[in-house]
Design a protein around this ligand. Structure first.
Ligand code: NAD
Ligand code: MG
Length: 412
């Protein structure tokens, strides 16, 4: 007798009605990918708050398409242009500026889901506000976890905010852990180690000497992922993987000595989790951030992302090799900063932001990025990070120190 047909899951019916989403960093790489997924699900998802840094033209175009209730531009001088543009387009979207307005909106009932995709430590206040307000937090802004991971995770736990990591590696681990960050103690006991995969970036295989005169244009030309300029440079130095080690530590409660990094140039295996029984789970897929975003936007259901499935026969080979920490010392600096604890990760990330920005402007060489970060870590030894004020002070001191070093021409 044939088995009774299993009723088809109601895959298209949302479990909790229309979700109002705030997309922070809407004009960026992650922001536009998030809006692409949202637009595929009109009855389930609506972008109700859009926030960007300074690009009014791009923000207005997104407002015309998505018709949010609120639009926020960080650059205050751009507010009149945003307001005029919205009026001329006949939209009733309200225009805002400033960190306080953004935090208030993120915490308000204008949204139940927040895509945190502002780049750099500038994303911390709004990310914290979303966690504090108990929102579903789709966390792409890894710098906020590196700067204030303990506080952010504690705030989310106390407020009942669900965090879905959007960084592809952490999203893969989240899926391997059956959709959980911070698994309970028993689950954590069963987890032996986390294996983060790294593409190796555009300069994989080069020696240190061969990195001396690489240009910003070469550094941002990532072979597998299409990303914003800062994270593209971070991928080229391997600092991105270093930040991700610290990110994984906070998200999943695993110490640095149980987090390994393996270079996997095909970028199809997005990370792995090894359990005490010898099982290793991995998540695979094409390198397209819409998959991770769909996991977060649909969770706990699976929804269409626009990403095709993986044709294993077409790809053929999956390769793995160890990272070269001599040519790419940023990864080692990040492991060291995690081990030092306290303010060290905040100093690492802030120094890196300043150094990367100077590299992108052509002011310092590629190899100066790790030198500047190391110099700043040495100048500002770790102290216990008892409060957000201490962390923000360490962040500010590190920015000043690195900028001064660049001005003094002591970068190389
Ligand atoms: P991006 O440079 O493409 O976009 C950054 C966005 O942030 C833009 O919309 C910009 O207007 C906005 N922004 C900048 N400063 C702001 C401010 N002060 N206030 C409000 N908005 C501001 O960057 P991205 O590649 O989309 O990366 C965003 C974040 O996601 C980063 O933290 C990055 O590490 C992380 N991430 C990105 C990817 C990726 O594939 N792009 C993958 C994993 C993680
Ligand atoms: Mg990543």
């Amino acid at each position: 007798m044939p088995a009774p047909a299993t009723p088809a899951p109601a895959a298209t019916a949302p479990v909790d009605g229309l979700r109002e989403v705030a997309v922070l960093g809407a004009t960026g790489s992650i922001g536009t990918s998030a809006l692409d997924v949202i637009a595929r699900h009109p009855g389930r998802l609506h972008a109700n708050v859009l926030a960007a840094g300074s690009n009014v033209v791009a923000l207005l175009a997104l407002c015309r398409t998505h018709k949010p209730r609120h639009a926020v531009i960080a650059e205050a001088s751009a507010l009149p242009a945003l307001r005029d543009g919205l009026r001329q387009a006949g939209l009733d979207t309200e225009a805002h500026t400033g960190d306080e307005a953004l935090q208030a909106l993120v915490a308000s009932d204008a949204c139940d889901t927040v895509v945190a995709a502002i780049v750099g430590a500038a994303g911390l206040p709004s990310t914290l506000a979303a966690a504090h307000a108990g929102k579903r937090l789709l966390l792409a802004n890894k710098e906020s976890l590196v700067l204030a991971g303990e506080l952010l995770m504690r705030t989310a736990r106390e407020a009942g905010a669900v965090i879905v990591p959007i960084d592809s590696e952490h999203n893969a681990i989240f899926q391997c852990l059956q959709n959980a960050c911070l698994p309970d103690a028993a689950a954590r006991d069963g987890l032996r180690r986390i294996i983060l995969t790294a593409s190796g970036g555009p300069f994989r295989g080069r020696t240190r000497a061969q990195l001396a005169d690489v240009t910003p244009a070469q550094a941002v030309a990532h072979p597998k992922w299409d990303m914003g300029p800062k994270i593209s440079v971070d991928s080229a130095t391997l600092m991105n993987k270093g930040l991700e080690v610290i990110e994984a530590h906070h998200l999943f409660g695993v110490p640095g000595n149980r987090i390994d990094v393996v270079v996997h140039p095909q970028s199809l295996v997005h990370s792995l989790v090894e359990f005490v029984d010898g099982s290793t789970m991995a998540q695979l897929g094409l390198p397209d951030m819409r998959t991770a975003l769909a996991v977060g936007l649909g969770w706990p259901q699976r929804i269409e992302s626009g990403v095709a499935g993986l044709d294993l026969l077409q790809h053929g080979r999956l390769e793995f090799e160890p990272p070269d920490m001599d040519a790419f010392p940023c990864l080692r600096l990040a492991f060291d900063a995690l081990a030092a604890g306290g303010t060290a990760p905040a100093v690492l990330s802030a120094a890196n932001e300043i150094a990367v920005s100077a590299f992108l402007k052509g002011k310092v060489a590629f190899l100066s990025i790790p030198s500047l970060v190391e110099d700043t870590l040495t100048a500002l030894p770790a102290i216990p990070a008892g409060s957000l004020a201490i962390l923000l002070d360490a962040d500010a001191q590190a920015r000043r120190h690195t900028a001064r070093r660049i001005e003094q021409g002591l970068a190389a």
